[in-house]
Design a protein around this ligand. Structure first.
Ligand SMILES: NC(=O)c1ccc[n+]([C@@H]2O[C@H](COP(=O)([O-])OP(=O)(O)OC[C@H]3O[C@@H](n4cnc5c(N)ncnc54)[C@H](OP(=O)(O)O)[C@@H]3O)[C@@H](O)[C@H]2O)c1
Length: 279
């Protein structure tokens, strides 16, 4: 299968480039290719003629989006419009990666795929508007929401906790932010199964289960054998530029109906440590 992957140098993009090796892959990322340049993107996709486009590229710095909303709208909304238009013009199906931050976290039950989004931040709003672009412009789409992504690389929460264990004796960690840690290679594997089915629509595919940032950090230190290196101090109300939902559990209802389920986050995290580190 010919597959174009935007954001191919990011966490999920790298996992896709690594694990979809039997496919013919085209990576699209900065600085060589900017998704905000519609003409250049369109020409690139027409040259490659993908059957599937997986759109991971985004401005993912949640606080950065709050500080520079124009950039967030340009990349996450207009960039997604460009990807959707270019994918449709070459007749490719489109997988759009979205986020649990489209929800406000007010619901105490898990969020289903058809629950109404109500984003609290510029990032969440731009990702939701990106979803809407995809739904309107590309009928053969899969909108796949995931949550707190990490891989074996250096730019995620797992790497940060391990770095803090090197640098400090103790650190405050929030107990009142709850979500689903999600291992990027697990999402890459699930998408490979999903794309074989013409079951277009919206999916929730984070790793199963939820925890607080505090509980996640505890498990990271335990699995790394470093519990004595960093004391976690429970805290609340972490001040940041963006408002983020306090608690989101995404229910995977539509995926489970077609046999696509995700393993518990603890198992996935253990697999990440078994897999080792990537620089
Ligand atoms: N990270 C999470 O916790 C999380 C949670 C839920 C959903 N998601 C969604 O999952 C997807 C993948 O996330 P990720 O963590 O893999 O993101 P990431 O590591 O930040 O990767 C995003 C990639 O997109 C590139 N990019 C940004 N602007 C671009 C542009 N204008 N043209 C081309 N490429 C551009 C980035 O390049 P630069 O690094 O040079 O900017 C980066 O390589 C995103 O759509 C994100 O919204 C992420």
């Amino acid at each position: 299968m010919r597959v174009a992957i935007t954001g191919s140098k990011g966490q999920l993009g790298r996992a896709l480039m690594d694990s979809w090796q039997e496919d013919e892959l085209l990576g699209i990322d900065l600085p060589e290719q900017d998704i905000t340049d519609l003409m250049a993107l369109d020409a690139r996709l027409r040259g490659f003629r993908p059957e599937v486009v997986i759109h991971c590229a985004a401005m993912t710095d949640v606080d950065g989006c709050e500080r520079d909303p124009d950039a967030a709208y340009r990349i996450n909304v207009l960039g997604t419009r460009n990807v959707a238009v270019a994918a449709e013009r070459v007749g490719a199906a489109l997988i759009y990666i979205s986020t649990d931050y489209v929800f406000d976290g007010a619901k105490t039950e898990p969020y289903g795929e058809l629950d109404e989004p109500n984003p609290l931040s510029v990032y969440g709003r731009t990702k939701w508007l990106g979803e809407e672009m995809v739904r309107h412009l590309c009928p053969r789409h899969y909108v796949v929401r995931v949550a707190w992504l990490y891989d074996r690389g250096p730019r995620n929460f797992v790497a940060t906790v391990l770095r803090l264990a090197d640098e400090r004796d103790e650190v405050k960690m929030v107990t009142d932010e709850i979500g689903s840690p999600t291992y990027a290679p697990d999402v890459a594997a699930a998408l490979r199964r999903l794309v074989c089915l013409p079951a277009y629509g919206t999916y929730h595919l984070p790793n199963a289960g939820i925890c607080s940032r505090y509980a996640w950090a505890e498990e990271i230190l335990r699995l790394a054998g470093r519990r004595d290196d960093l004391r976690l101090i429970p805290s609340e109300n972490y001040q940041r530029a963006a408002r983020v939902p306090k608690r989101v559990e995404l229910r995977n209802f539509f995926g489970a109906e077609i046999g696509i389920t995700m393993r518990p986050w603890q198992e996935a995290l253990a697999a990440r440590f078994a897999d080792g580190d990537h620089g």
